[in-house]
Design a binder for this molecule. Structure first.
Ligand SMILES: [Zn+2]
Length: 299
């Protein structure tokens, strides 16, 4: 057993002492400045709690560089006050300009979700299982048949990253930021444990939404494909007029707000032109599971 394993906590404190001395050698005012001035990180990292993917270490960053939130399997949900409060605070007042949602290969959360999905009905009787329910539901939408285990996990990891990026883009802090001209961008990254390298899967930002929404939000696709070629505002006008009446779920409501803000010459129905900020996202009814267990509907 290594020294680190035999007394891991003591090792960390000693390592911290050495690290702090080294930092001061390079920058005598580093800690004094950290304690004196407000933090101004440009990046919010939302990642998995896996010990093999520490944000600052794998990006060679220093304290103050990255605002961080982690959980099992790097998820972001509208009902999660923890993640939403971090995102809200990071965007305003901290002022990050990039939100990076980071998944990773060989993710234990993805493996657990695959196993749970294969085993059939899930009773979310403990916190970890409840937390994994949305990921298990996502797994059930994927075709993993015949795939080797590592490829199945990779597929779930990437699908999960794309889903969480979508969730972040539809969150109140990001909808509000984009509606007020704050071009914070949202990235989906995957970290490869085998190489230590990060790969970008997707990036979303305000210009992208203006120009490419038709592809990113499939429920806003115009019935006439030629609409995709018209200027963004005109496309929004058509789409908003056509689709706003059908808006029933939180993502569509949230996006209607962007449409209304970005298409100022459009007379949308009053219900789609909120005066007091974007509509509040509705939370999935997960309280008191299994009162209205969403999982059971899917099973
Ligand atoms: Zn993980």
């Amino acid at each position: 057993m290594s020294q680190l394993q035999s007394n891991a906590a003591e090792h960390l404190i000693k390592a911290n002492e050495r690290w702090a001395r080294d930092v001061i050698k390079h920058d005598p005012n580093f800690f004094k400045d950290s304690a004196t001035y407000p933090q101004r990180p440009k990046v919010l990292w939302i990642g998995c709690s896996d010990s093999r993917v520490p944000a600052s270490v794998v990006t060679a960053s220093m304290p103050g560089d990255i605002f961080t939130h982690t959980n099992i399997a790097n998820q972001f949900h509208s009902f999660d006050d923890n993640a939403n409060s971090v995102l809200s605070f990071a965007v305003d007042p901290v002022g990050v300009k990039h939100v990076v949602l980071v998944g990773h290969s060989v993710c234990g959360g993805a493996q657990a979700a695959i196993q749970a999905a294969e085993e059939g009905p899930v009773e979310p009787h403990d916190p970890l299982t409840r937390w994994l329910v949305p990921l298990i539901q996502l797994v059930r939408t994927l075709d993993l048949h015949g795939l080797p285990e590592n490829e199945a996990v990779d597929k779930v990891v990437e699908a999960n990253i794309l889903k969480q990026v979508e969730n972040i883009c539809l969150s109140e802090p990001i909808v509000t930021a984009w509606a007020t001209g704050n071009n914070v961008s949202v990235h989906g990254w995957v970290y490869d444990l085998a190489t230590g390298r990060i790969r970008e899967l997707v990036v979303r930002s305000l210009p992208y939404v203006e120009k490419r929404t038709i592809k990113w939000f499939p429920y806003l696709v115009a019935e006439d494909p030629s609409d995709a070629e018209v200027p963004p505002n005109k496309a929004f006008t058509n789409i908003a007029a056509e689709k706003s009446r059908d808006v029933v779920d939180p993502p569509k409501k949230a996006f209607s707000y962007i449409v209304a803000e970005e298409s100022r010459d459009v007379d949308l129905p009053k219900k789609d032109s909120p005066k007091n900020g974007p509509p509040k996202m509705e939370s999935p009814d997960i309280e008191g599971l299994p009162k209205e267990d969403p999982l059971k509907k899917a099973l």
